[in-house]
Unconditional design. Structure first.
Length: 188
């Protein structure tokens, strides 16, 4: 039976069957490790696959002294990055909620002073946004959902299986459509 390191060296030389064997050997242990870090099965599956993509992306046969330590280190760093992203996203969403609450209060007061129906319109804006998002074509709605979940453009491209440029153009179109739909609520 070949060692993990030898399998990795052979994989680096183009023997793709070695990838399957490494995957089989580490599937349970590495997935379990990632799951204990993230506490979310779907996120753990994503990162498990990302870790094994690193095996294919970075063949370094001469540098590999301990495959097990290396793959767990890759997984650990991916987990840390994901947790940081989740933390930043949570902070950003909390700030958006605080700003939205402040904006809604200011908008309501200004709308009430400027127009008798202003309060009603300010209170309807979140519902209008939900309706506008629901009316988006599927590709634009997917981009909205992924971005709202805190994914970067690169992550969105990977999840959707489309080029980065496609994600950017969909984002531009989605923002333009939402602005147009929300114009009555922002024009006052």
């Amino acid at each position: 039976m070949l060692s993990d390191e030898e399998l990795y060296r052979q994989l680096a030389r183009g023997k793709l069957a070695c990838f399957d064997e490494l995957y089989r050997r580490y599937e349970r242990r590495l997935f379990g490790f990632i799951l204990t870090q993230l506490k979310d099965r779907a996120e753990a599956e994503d990162l498990f696959h990302e870790a094994f993509m690193a095996v294919l992306r970075k063949p370094r046969p001469r540098e590999m002294d301990n495959f097990r330590a290396w793959i767990f280190q890759v997984a650990h760093h991916l987990c840390l990055n994901r947790l940081r992203t989740q933390h930043r996203t949570a902070r950003a969403l909390a700030k958006v909620d605080r700003d939205k609450a402040a904006f809604t209060t200011e908008t309501s007061e200004a709308a009430a002073a400027a127009h008798p129906d202003g309060v009603a319109m300010a209170n309807e804006a979140p519902d209008a946004l939900r309706r506008a998002v629901a009316a988006l074509p599927a590709p634009l709605a997917q981009v909205y959902e992924l971005r709202a979940a805190g994914h970067s453009y690169e992550q969105m491209a990977g999840k959707l299986g489309v080029p980065l440029g496609t994600v950017k153009s969909r984002m531009n179109e989605m923002v333009a459509r939402l602005k147009k739909e929300m114009l009555p609520w922002t024009a006052r």
